[in-house]
Design a protein around this ligand. Structure first.
Ligand code: ATP
Ligand code: MG
Length: 398
């Protein structure tokens, strides 16, 4: 198979391949970019594989960065773009079911393609647009199948993360899992416990926020993978709701909020749940805000102060979340009310702590409390956001 009209991301990189070829080495586009080209999906970056050693690549190009020399990867800066160029390699000596640290450079492409995870990820393309396909990746693209390269069982023993990658690609591409590959995941799901939480999390999030997440999540549950990840053990019944959702979440924060709601975690357990997944503090706060606001609007109509405290980002996320859960709320009305608030954050209030001190409020906790009271009054329309009105309000309320 030969591709004629290459998109710009590839044509821009052709001179890089040509330069490597001219120096006497092989070079191909590999992996995700070739797959996405054939699926007509958006291509974010192109990876290049070559028979040249890193030191040789560094001689060919003027500007290079030693990204992962040990693993054979050099980043080349060319024409305002950067390209990861990796020497053909095999990975041997897998221990503990994790990606090995030692790689062996090899001289031919087919050895390199063999180490790749799925047939659709084991495609390569040369400078002329000719596709190299040793494992019928093209057939699987047609059949929309995720199939392990070689014997699935062995491949998951080498690197158990590939089981999560399988469900992640299912979700992103809306593909199905080839039965033997699925069986091998069911048989080996326990190996996932050997993999670091961060690596599992990255794949889990990619799975969760992609369009096919409901079907992928069903497989994630059916194969037992869900039993091996933080906080999900013994929770299949709660999580079984996920595949029935109307939509996939589109943001990471909403994915976590959704998990917390499905797991029925009480407030005091949210921080722990977010931490065992090694999420950042910022993500933890964002998710707690969404869950908090979701609980609030599930129990009563929010007042203006609630909307102010939640902020637009949390309001919009929560509206999406309610939709995903099939509990639609009048989101437009909430956003309109937020937009109409007289103040959006404390800087919008014309008075501050200094103003209160100057106006005879003694220093101490009362200052903060009074400011909050003034904010509420402004938000509820009891007092206007100007110094005169607020001064009068303070005089009447102290
Ligand atoms: P994305 O669009 O998400 O970047 P991708 O296919 O490029 O998808 P990467 O994780 O960037 O995925 O990996 C690039 C390529 O490296 C894959 O297409 C695959 O060929 C190979 N690869 C990555 N991780 C593994 C793994 N754990 N085992 C085997 N091959 C892998
Ligand atoms: Mg990639």
């Amino acid at each position: 198979m030969k591709i004629d009209n290459l998109p710009e991301v590839f044509t821009a990189a052709l001179p890089v391949l040509k330069k490597i070829n001219e120096a006497g080495y092989e070079a191909y586009f590999v992996g995700g970019s070739v797959r996405d080209l054939l699926l007509k999906r958006h291509i974010h970056d192109v990876d290049i594989a070559t028979s040249a050693y890193p030191a040789e690549i560094k001689q060919i190009f003027e500007k290079t960065i030693d990204t992962g020399i040990k693993h054979g990867t050099v980043t080349v800066l060319y024409g305002g773009e950067s390209y990861e160029i990796t020497t053909f390699r095999t990975e041997s000596g897998y221990q503990d079911f994790r990606r090995p640290d030692h790689v062996t450079f090899v001289q031919n492409l087919s050895e390199d393609l063999k180490r790749r995870d799925f047939t659709i990820n084991a495609l390569a393309m040369n400078v002329d647009g000719n596709i190299v396909d040793h494992f019928d990746g093209l057939g699987d693209l047609d059949k929309r199948l995720i199939r392990a390269v070689g014997k699935a069982e062995n491949r998951f023993h080498e690197d158990a993360l590939r089981m999560m990658r399988a469900v992640r690609f299912m979700s992103q591409l809306q593909f199905t899992l080839e039965p033997e590959t699925e069986q091998a995941i069911s048989d080996n799901h326990e190996l996932l416990s050997k993999i670091s939480v961060e690596r599992i999390r990255d794949e889990f999030v990619k799975m969760g926020i992609a369009p096919g997440s409901q079907k992928a999540f069903q497989i994630f549950l059916d194969t037992g993978l869900s039993e091996e990840v933080p906080g999900f053990k013994g929770k299949k019944e709660n999580l079984a709701l996920y595949p029935q959702l109307n939509f996939s979440p589109t943001t990471e924060a909403n994915l976590w909020a959704l998990m917390i709601i499905l797991l029925k975690l009480p407030n005091e357990k949210i921080a722990h749940f977010m931490r065992i997944w090694k999420n950042s503090n910022a993500m933890e706060r964002q998710v707690a805000d969404i869950v908090g606001f979701f609980d609030l609007i599930s129990s009563r109509a929010p007042n203006n102060y609630d909307l102010y405290k939640a902020g637009l980002r949390t309001i919009v996320s929560t509206i999406d979340l309610a939709n995903i859960l099939g509990q639609p709320i009048n989101g437009r009305a909430l956003v309109d009310r937020y937009e109409a608030l007289p103040i959006k954050d404390s800087h919008d209030l014309v008075v501050d702590g200094h103003f209160l001190l100057k106006n005879g409020i003694p220093a101490g906790p009362r200052v903060g409390l009074l400011l909050e009271e003034i904010k509420k009054a402004v938000l509820e329309g009891i007092v206007s956001n100007n110094e005169e009105a607020i001064t009068e309000y303070i005089a009447l309320n102290n």
